[in-house]
Design a binder for this molecule. Structure first.
Ligand code: CP
Length: 320
């Protein structure tokens, strides 16, 4: 694997999931693989799971880890090409990435959507700069449009929780929130489910359809109750409007996931990437109930990251 920013960087998803499950069985089986190499984890936005799981994964592989919480600890970055830097920005992103090239064998970056300019977000205005200027492999720790390490962890978790012959029905459901949230998790989960052997359905209120470049021919149902029928997995996530970018059109129905709604499913397992707003996106009873596999999902973030780092190290160590 030369880089990891979307599902298209993976040749064989089933093989990657199998490798991740082997790593989970024995996380310290490759402690020499990253010896003498350094991974830089650059966070332009907040994180709990991604930062800690990536650190554990890198340490399990013997990598040196540099973590930079850039928004709090680094110079104020300029992203615009050709900018006259006579304002608040102190260091251009090009220069920052070139310096990271001197220190790191792998650069991993978290760069959320700005949620102000649709074109900038759709075109990955920040991640694309890392891809352009980095001279070492780049890994996305969540970008404007995708969260691939989360999606791989989600695929691992679904695989662990499914042992029937038939395909599981997986439903991605929109949930309420108090502020505009980006589309990265919803887009990415959609993209990865399209590669999995599952029956996949998205349900969201009118006005909240995800970008059609991601949903493609996936069924989108605007009635949550109808979508939940016979579901084996329900993935809860909020996102703002894509068409009316970053707006929050009024929703009259109650979309919070409750135990009452789970009765309409095939005793569905409940997933969420976290952090979750309890009793807004889903109820306490769901979060703490026996159908929740949300903490298992969070644990699998380690093995998702470790699998990707291991694959990237294979490429580096082969000298290709
Ligand atoms: N799910 C996830 O990416 O969590 P963090 O934002 O805490 O990293």
């Amino acid at each position: 694997m030369k880089k990891f920013t979307s599902v298209s960087d993976i040749e064989n998803l089933q093989q990657i999931i199998k490798k991740a499950l082997q790593i989970k069985e024995n996380p310290l089986s490759e402690t020499e693989k990253g010896k003498g190499k350094t991974i830089g984890l650059v966070f332009l936005n907040s994180s709990l799971r991604t930062r800690l799981s990536s650190q554990i994964a890198a340490q399990n592989l013997g990598l040196n880890v540099l973590t930079l919480n850039a928004a709090q600890e680094a110079w104020n970055l300029e992203f615009a090409d050709g900018a006259v830097m006579d304002g608040n920005t102190v260091e251009h992103i090009k220069d920052a990435i070139e310096v990271l090239n001197q220190y790191c064998d792998i650069i991993a970056v978290r760069c959320f959507a700005g949620m102000k300019n649709k074109e900038d977000d759709v075109n990955e205005s920040i991640l694309s700069q890392f891809e352009k200027h980095a001279k070492v492999p780049v890994i996305s720790l969540e970008s404007a449009t995708r969260h691939p390490l989360q999606s791989l962890a989600d695929c691992i978790t679904i695989t662990e929780n499914w042992n029937e012959e038939r395909k599981p029905k997986v439903v991605l459901t929109w949930a309420p929130h108090i502020k505009p949230i980006a589309h990265a998790v919803g887009n990415s989960f959609t993209e990865w489910m399209q590669e999995m052997d599952v029956d996949f359905v998205i349900t969201n209120p009118e006005g909240y359809d995800l970008d059609k470049n991601f949903t493609k021919d996936t069924t989108v149902i605007h009635n949550q109750e109808e979508a939940f029928k016979d579901a084996d997995f329900i993935y809860v996530k909020n996102w703002s409007s894509f068409d009316d970018y970053a707006e929050m059109p009024e929703v009259k129905e109650d979309w919070m996931l409750t135990n009452e709604k789970l009765k309409n499913t095939n005793n569905a397992k409940v997933m969420h990437c976290l952090p979750v707003r309890r009793n807004l996106e889903l109820s306490d009873e769901v979060m703490d109930g026996e159908n929740s596999i949300i903490y298992q999902q969070a644990k699998n973030r380690i093995f998702s990251a470790q699998t990707v780092f291991s694959e990237i190290l294979d490429e580096i160590n082969s000298g290709k």
